[in-house]
Design a protein around this ligand. Structure first.
Ligand code: ARG
Length: 459
């Protein structure tokens, strides 16, 4: 039985399957019941329904909640959607009063409300997962403030840094992801309940009260917008896409670093898999999957934007497509956050290999040029002098610090005996103590730590 049986009498099984959404919206049962309880309560309080009917409905809905929670009541897979299932079950339980629940409400405001309630809760969960990942990054960074490693541009060794600097860069990305979710959450916590099908209602309902009862900040201003708006879902999908981008970049580095060519890290066995043919293989599948799953989250964002584009006001059935995109992206993000946290907290860091990689590749060439600048040589001239020195050393397979002082001074007589200190990668990393540089990681660590603490206090 459909809720809209009124004027239609022909049925087609394939069409009913095609348009039904219970397969995926059944996971909104909690939100659907909470929304209905708030609505029924308000209908009683405002006198739209009698106090007896309202109380009966609320008790009936609470009973359904309990039975769904315990598993005593299975969700009927043949119902059109979760809203239909709940209303029919209510009427089966309490009789005619159940038929009054939908007074002053439409499934159009109901479904928008359910998704907002679900997403609000999921954003909280995602924020917690981001905080846990941040805690792991902080712990790792604290342990590696002295672990020298090359920084790269164009995937070529560029300048020396410490591993903490690299980890703290991701710390900043995930902090922004957290803040973006908080911002999106503000616009998610607006209640469309009472917007009706599109034009509100003539009953004297109280939208402010239902909004507050459901933990939202306010009712939406405009009923037509309330049932048509899916901006909150699109915003979440963008937040999820960007967070996945960050996870994917980190994953790519984990894959590279765990290769024999780098050997900077070794992922734990727990987060690795083997090969069915090559017995020696230890593959970074967890990182590869986080990288790979980023594509589907982008797909979810584009799918919803495409659904919305060109959609006239108000509700169109196209909007039913919002839920699978949101669920898929939300589930993917949450699992990738937790797996990445696991990978990072159990991996072994090979500090010796990182340090060794800073010895070749002329990572301190800029330091030598900077040293000449300090001694009065204009930067562009200093750059040319050091470039020539690097060219000569590379031709004979030597490092700059292997060259005798006389050769170095031959290139520029301002080069002094302190040149070997200048060329030392460890000292070079520490010397870069400008705000945000690798020599400034201790301050960066405490700044990130207090940023995370203040967010935990607000949560
Ligand atoms: N299953 C529908 C959805 O997810 C519920 C809203 C139905 N509204 C309607 N006018 N047919 O969008």
């Amino acid at each position: 039985m459909k809720l809209w049986q009124g004027r239609l009498d022909a049925e087609n099984r394939a069409m009913l399957d095609f348009e039904s959404s219970i397969k995926f919206d059944k996971r909104l049962w909690r939100e659907d019941l909470s929304g209905s309880i708030a609505h029924a309560q308000m209908l009683g309080d405002t006198g739209v329904l009698s106090p007896e009917d309202s109380a009966k409905i609320v008790a009936g809905l609470k009973g359904i909640f309990k039975d769904l929670e315990s598993g005593a009541l299975p969700i009927d897979a043949c119902a059109e959607d979760i809203h239909t299932f709940v209303e029919q079950e209510l009427t089966r339980r309490i009789g005619d009063a159940g038929k009054k629940l939908h007074t002053a409400r439409s499934r159009n405001d109901q479904v928008a409300l359910d998704l907002r309630l679900w997403l609000n809760e999921r954003i909280d969960q995602t924020k917690r997962a981001l905080s846990e990942l941040e805690d792991t990054l902080l712990t790792l960074a604290k342990a590696h403030t002295q672990t020298l490693m090359p920084g790269y541009t164009h995937m070529q060794r560029a300048q020396p840094q410490v591993f903490a600097q690299h980890l703290l860069a991701y710390g900043q990305m995930f902090l922004r992801d957290y803040d973006r979710l908080c911002d999106a959450q503000k616009r998610t916590c607006i209640s469309p309940l009472g917007s009706g099908a599109l034009a509100g209602t003539g009953y004297a309902i109280d939208r402010e009260t239902t909004a507050r009862a459901l933990g939202f900040t306010a009712p939406c201003e405009n009923a037509l917008d309330g049932v048509s708006d899916r901006d909150f879902a699109a915003e979440f999908l963008f937040c999820a896409s960007l967070a996945m981008t960050h996870l994917s970049r980190l994953s790519e580095e984990l894959v590279l670093w765990s290769s024999a060519e780098f050997s900077f890290i070794e992922l734990s066995d727990e987060y690795s898999t083997g090969s069915s043919m090559m017995p020696q293989k230890k593959n970074p599948d967890a990182a590869e999957l986080c990288r790979g799953k980023t594509g589907r989250v982008y797909g979810d964002l584009i799918a919803l934007l495409t659904v919305l584009k060109g959609l006239p006001l108000a509700y169109q059935k196209d909007l039913q497509e919002d839920k699978e995109a949101v669920f898929d992206a939300a589930d993917t993000l949450l699992s990738c956050l937790s797996i990445t946290n696991g990978m990072l907290s159990t991996m072994r860091v090979n500090a010796d290999a990182m340090r060794a990689a800073t010895r070749d590749g002329y990572l301190t060439a800029t330091d030598l040029a900077d040293d000449l600048v300090k001694k009065g040589v204009p930067f562009r001239d200093a750059y040319a002098i050091v470039g020539k020195l690097v060219k000569g050393a590379a031709a004979s397979g030597e490092r700059l610090e292997d060259l005798p002082l006389s050769t170095l001074r031959g290139a520029c007589d301002r080069i002094g005996e302190d040149v070997y200190e200048v060329l030392d990668p460890e000292k070079a990393a520490k010397r870069r103590s400008s705000f945000g540089g690798p020599g400034d990681v201790d301050r960066q660590l405490s700044a990130l730590q207090s940023a995370l603490e203040s967010r935990k206090e607000q949560a």
